[in-house]
Design a binder for this molecule. Sequence first.
Ligand SMILES: [Mg+2]
Length: 194
Amino acid sequence: MKAFLFDMDDTLLEPVRPSPLLEFKRRWGLPNDHLVIEGLSLLPETQREIARGAFHQLEREVAQKSRVRPGMRAVLRALRRAAVPTALITNNNPEAVQIVLQRHRLEFSLVLTRADGRPKPAPDLIEQALAYLKVRPEEALFVGDSHADRIAAEAAGVPIVFLPTPDNADLHPRLRTPQELLAFLDNTRPSAIG
Ligand SMILES: [Mg+2]
């Protein structure tokens, strides 16, 4: 693979449970099957800005408490050594992403957030990354944890693998640990794993 694209929450970062996003949706009565940012736009105007502020605050707090998924740092180092470009592609907001990157001293060739285009499950951010990194969809690998990641990657034509969380056992192909990503450095196809 010529480029590795990573989701941030619950993929690059260690999964947080109970899920802060689900808790937030419950607290504000937002639909479970929508992104929070979509659900917010369904709220009455009087509540919308308050809820949006609360959501930003939550994203900031989660970023400040975040931990890198064990094994991920070694993978990013190996990719850098191999001169393989990496992109971070997240529905999170740019401020929270900066907190994460600074807190953990992580670097990516490209960072795209929901401020840069339609969020996943739309393929837009992934397509932007392919154009910026000058790689074809099939030359990239998306590493994610969610259905939104799957839909976005498939729509962009990018192969995807999943890292485990407590509630994504239905998503395949899945890796047990980030270290297994290194097998894709020598062009192993995702279909080659279980
Ligand atoms: Mg995620």
